[in-house]
Structures are given as C-alpha cells and as structure tokens.
Design a protein around this ligand. Structure first.
Ligand SMILES: Cc1ncc(C[n+]2csc(CCOP(=O)(O)OP(=O)(O)O)c2C)c(N)n1
Ligand SMILES: [Mg+2]
Length: 327
C-alpha cells in the first residue's frame, strides 16, 4: 500500500484524533469526570497510526498501559472510549476497564493492560490461533522499551519465531521506563538488534516520522500475512507528558521535552511532509482540526449523557464465582 494524498489525510486526521482525545481526557481528569490512572500517548501518535493503517478489521492488536492511541488507530469508536474513561455503562468495557484496561473486542483490540510486557504472550497466542485456524489474520503487539527487558519479551518472540507465526512485535522505544532513562539500564542501544537472537528481522525506525513507520510496518505486516513469520520493529519515539498523572519528571530536563515538542512532533512533521507534496492545504488542515474537535465534543456529550453503573452491574461480565466453586 503506497502512501497517497487521500490516505495521508486520513492518517493525519487520526493523529489529531489521538492528540485531542488525550488532551480532553486530561482536562476531564482535572475536572474530576475521568478518574484513575492516565498514561498519555501524545508524541507517539505516528507509531500507532503508521502501523494500524495496514491492519484489517479482524487483525488483532494488543496494547500497553499507554493504549488510547492503539485503540483509536485500530478503529475503536471514540465515543465509547470516552464513555469508558468516564466510567459509564456505554463504555467499550462497560466501565470495567477504564483507561489502563481499555479494550474493544468488536474491533479485535484485545486490550491495554497494566503489566509491563503483558501483551506479548497473548499476542503470540492469537497469532498461533490464526495459524492453526488457517486464517490470514495478523497480530500486532505494542510494548515499551521497558518491556524488552522482561521475560515475556524473550519467551514470546522465541515462540513467534520458532513457529513462524503471523505476528509483528512493535517496541515503542520512548527512552524512558517510568522514571528510569533507558540509557542507564540498557546494554544494547537498539531494541531492534535483539531480533538477531531469535532469527527474525529487526528494523529500527524514526517513530516521529509517520511515513517511516508506515513503510516498515507495511513490509512486516505483509511478511507476517504471507507466512514469513514475525518482525521486531523498534520505533524510536518520545512521550511529551510524564509517565502518568502527577509525575514530576525529575529524570529529564524541560529543555529536552521542549526540543522534542518543537522539533520532533509527529503531527507537525507529517503536516510539513504533506504540505511539501501539496497533499494538504492550510484550509484543509484547519477543517481537519475543526472536525476532530467536533468529534471530541460529541464523544464527551455522549459520555456525560450515559448512565453510571449501578450495584447490579458489579456481578455482570465477571467470572461466575458459583460456577468456579462447582467446577
Ligand atoms: C511487571 C511490571 N513491572 C513493573 C510495573 C510498573 N511499571 C508500570 S509502567 C513501567 C515502565 C514501562 O516502561 P516501558 O515499557 O518503556 O513503557 P512506557 O511507559 O515508556 O510506554 C513500570 C516499571 C508494571 N506495571 N508491571
Ligand atoms: Mg518506555
């Protein structure tokens, strides 16, 4: 799939959808409407959007604790995501997931999760299921650079390679693991180099450049779909906000953050890329941002008008304890 003006505008819009959705979620948190942890993906939008652009509806995506971008890029309806953050029964997980466990099974988005590297095993498992069933579904697992230091990374990629599974492992190397700079704890610079240990291709890309992510992901997803097995993609990126709410960010300087925000914003970079090719005019740019703002407002109204769960909801969609007692 080649990047065209039309597709470019769609992907550009999707990056804005993620950026403004999250900024609104942050605002709603300060107003008390959204409760619980909030891990902001702002700054990393080109990774989710560039990868998910190649996925079909029934392909699988597994996320991290920082997954609003993965969900929106894979096609989760925004209003149901907003309702989930507001803790409403119309939310994509009927208020039982919240930000950190958000999922949308109707789009084969199997979920964010709070366990670092927690998606790698299940994502390898869905790829095994696709292979056994003989479908052409691909699984994409997103994880952070911190996850690449954990056991499930090694175990998952080993089995993915051994069984030549249709899976793409996407490491979002944002250079920090909570409050620990990767450079203080890593023994190899590039996560992509670790692919050699499992005899699969490893590719390192600039995660701020949508077109670079799009190209690398296209090749990897095609390889996976055609029986060529897994690829490990490292997207070098940066998160603009702290690790989570209330992070005082004493481990990095304001100058560093400003440099990335000013010079390495994936949305600004892709706008320049599009404008240089005459794929996007200033009026269209404004219209895109206005339409996304309208979508955000609609999703907030939807969430606000939706009911909160009641006491009866506590026992729905959870493991049946009576069944467990007799099983
Ligand atoms: C198994 C496990 N260990 C520790 C934590 C605490 N923790 C939450 S996020 C995080 C850092 C994750 O870093 P990375 O994988 O690079 O993802 P990022 O937050 O940078 O996107 C840690 C250590 C956890 N949630 N799970
Ligand atoms: Mg990280």
């Amino acid at each position: 799939m080649t990047l065209t003006a039309e597709l470019g505008r769609k992907l550009y819009t999707n990056m804005w959808r993620i950026r403004l959705f999250e900024e609104e979620a942050l605002r709603q948190t300060s107003l008390g409407s959204v409760k619980g942890a909030l891990h902001m993906y702002c700054g990393e939008e080109a990774v989710a959007v560039g990868v998910c652009a190649h996925l079909c509806d029934d392909d699988y995506v597994l996320g991290t604790h920082r997954s609003h971008g993965h969900c929106l890029a894979k096609g989760a309806p925004m209003e149901r995501m907003m309702a989930e953050l507001f803790g409403r029964t119309t939310g994509s997980c009927r208020a039982k997931g919240g930000s950190m466990h958000i999922a949308d099974f109707s789009r084969n988005i199997l979920g964010a999760n709070g366990i670092v590297a927690g998606g790698i095993g299940p994502g390898t498992g869905t790829a095994l299921a696709s292979k056994i069933r003989g479908t052409d579904q691909v699984s994409v697992v997103f994880f952070g650079d911190g996850a690449a230091a954990r056991g499930p990374f090694h175990e998952g990629i080993l089995f993915g390679s051994l069984w030549k599974l249709p899976v793409v492992y996407v490491c979002e190397n944002n250079q920090y693991q909570q409050w620990v700079p990767r450079k203080n704890v890593a023994v190899v610079d590039s996560v992509a180099d670790m692919a050699a240990s499992y005899a699969i291709p490893g590719v390192s890309v600039d995660g701020q450049e949508l077109e670079a992510v799009y190209a690398a992901a296209g090749e990897a997803i095609e390889r996976a779909r055609n029986g060529g097995g897994p690829t490990l993609i490292e997207a070098r990126t940066y998160r603009f906000y702290g690790h989570s709410l209330g992070d005082r960010q004493e481990y990095r300087s304001q100058d560093e953050v400003d440099e990335w925000r000013d010079g390495q914003d994936p949305i600004k970079l892709f706008a320049t890329f599009m404008k240089e090719r005459q794929w996007l005019g200033d009026d269209e740019d404004e219209a895109i941002q206005a339409s996304v703002k309208a979508e955000i407002a609609t999703s907030v109204a939807y969430a606000e008008e939706s009911p909160l769960p009641g006491p009866d909801d506590v026992t729905t969609d959870v493991l049946d304890t009576e069944w467990r007692a007799t099983a």
